[in-house]
Design a protein around this ligand. Structure first.
Ligand code: GUN
Ligand code: ZN
Length: 448
């Protein structure tokens, strides 16, 4: 990796671009800015200023070069030595599954039946769905996550509640109603036609509204009939730029089951391919037991894999093959997969990814992992024009982390001799307790 560099790119003159009236509505954040525009590039500015106007970063650079007096701003927050980073991004998580985290003793298929399906039933009451969506989104923000690709449940009104809660917070959320018409309890089952109609209504209500996007969401091949998968593929013509999210090849018993349910398919990936569900806005969670043909197909369709390391170790599913993904050029996202995953913190996901890499003989660097949590995940989700770095013009989705909130980490950082070393120790030892503040579209949504 390259050595961390000072951010010296010239910033536009904010006093020239904002009128005094606009400045009087702008917010100034001061702190140690750090971002990761590439897997091998770290930019930092220890005494940085970020000017936020109308939800976007209007100017960023060394505070000493700020061309306007601090008194000109409506609001000033001085975070001192704390780190101002781009908001973290989670590429695969389930809104209804926080109450399922840390459920003992089962692997995927039994875990779904025993714990997960009963928990998702609670979203059938729209008021409970709204209350749980509020809890879920506030938890994401408390963990420094400002954008996520989210599974709702099979319920249309419950998924409305999730979108409403995200819109109130002005979050960029990609979400969808689960499609599931077999091999699940009756209380969670839709039908091929009913699932299509409900998804189409949700697409028309939410896709492109504010910062929201819709993802067509078949749960996974075993819980959809061929008729439902066909209708899921047909949903793509309801709007441009729709996403698709599902699960693939997570657990060996699941893979065998898919083979028996779809005897004509070449393999698991082929099921999705056959119904036109694979493209560059498709995000498949897991991908742990893929064949050579499946890797090739994912590369050819530019389909993303959401890597969910805390889920994979917790459910005993397997270890992701980072070397193979790199060799194939498959674009990756990092994800919590709560409730299979054991933390909403992307620092914890990144730490677990590092450990999985170690078990497989693949060394992920601090720069690669921080990039993945921010700009890398933004690219995986086609959101890089708006989020992922601290460049002027990006949305002001930010997290402020204070490594000194952890005694362990503070002691470790006292010995660090480089930013790279400090960043590595922080992702290994840190978690949501480091979050001092989270800003979304220029509004403070967590902390102070
Ligand atoms: N496969 C199908 N549904 C799920 C789910 O909810 N979580 C995980 N980890 N895998 C799945
Ligand atoms: Zn999942």
């Amino acid at each position: 990796m390259t050595s961390p560099e000072q951010n010296t790119s010239p910033a536009p003159d904010v006093s020239a671009s904002l009128t005094p009236e606009q400045l009087a509505q702008a917010t100034l954040l001061l702190g140690h800015s750090i971002d990761f525009p590439e897997p091998d590039t770290i930019r930092q500015c220890p005494n940085a200023a970020l000017v936020i106007h109308q939800g976007r970063i209007a100017w960023q650079g060394p505070a000493a070069e700020l061309p306007v007096a601090q008194q000109a701003f409506a609001r000033v927050e001085d975070y001192g030595d704390a780190w101002i980073l781009p908001g973290l991004i989670d590429t695969h998580v389930h809104a209804a599954q926080m109450p399922v985290m840390a459920s003992w003793g089962e692997q995927l298929l039994d875990w779904l039946n025993r714990y997960t399906f009963p928990a998702e039933r609670r979203f059938e009451d729209p008021l409970i769905a709204r209350q749980q969506s509020d809890v879920f989104l506030d938890a994401l923000l408390a963990h420094g996550t400002t954008t996520a690709m989210v599974f709702g449940t099979v319920h249309e009104a419950g998924t409305d509640a999730l979108f409403e809660a995200a819109r109130e917070r002005r979050m960029a959320l990609i979400a969808g109603k689960v499609l599931m018409d077999r091999n699940c309890p009756d209380y969670l089952s839709d039908t091929a036609d009913g699932g299509f109609e409900a998804s189409a209504r949700l697409i028309h209500r939410w896709h492109g509204t504010d910062r929201l996007h819709y993802a067509i969401t078949p749960r996974f091949a075993p819980t959809s009939t061929e008729a439902q998968l066909e209708r899921a593929g047909a949903l793509h013509s309801e709007a441009a730029g729709l996403y698709m999210q599902t699960h693939v090849s997570e657990n060996p018993d699941e893979v065998s089951w898919v083979q028996s349910l779809f005897p004509k398919a070449r393999d698991y990936v082929d099921v999705y391919e056959h119904y036109g569900l694979l493209h560059d806005r498709s995000v498949l969670a897991h991908g742990l037991h893929l064949t050579d043909r499946e890797w090739t197909a994912l590369r050819e369709h530019q389909t993303r894999i959401a890597v969910c390391p805390t889920s994979n170790t917790f459910l005993g599913s397997g270890l992701f093959d980072f070397a193979r993904a790199e060799q194939e050029g498959v674009v990756l996202g990092l994800a919590s997969d709560v409730g299979g995953g054991t933390s909403l913190s992307q620092l914890v996901s990144a730490a677990e990814a590092y450990k999985v890499g170690q078990l497989k003989g693949y060394k992920l660097t601090a720069n690669q992992l921080w990039y993945q949590m921010t700009a890398g995940n933004a690219r995986a989700l086609h959101l890089q024009a708006d989020i992922g770095t601290l460049d002027s013009g990006k949305m002001a989705d930010l997290v402020v982390l204070d490594p000194n909130r952890s005694a362990n980490l503070s002691a470790r950082l006292a010995q660090a001799t480089s930013l790279d070393e400090a960043l590595f120790a922080t992702l290994i030892l840190g978690d949501e307790r480091l979050t001092r503040a989270t800003w979304v579209a220029g509004e403070l949504r967590f902390g102070a």
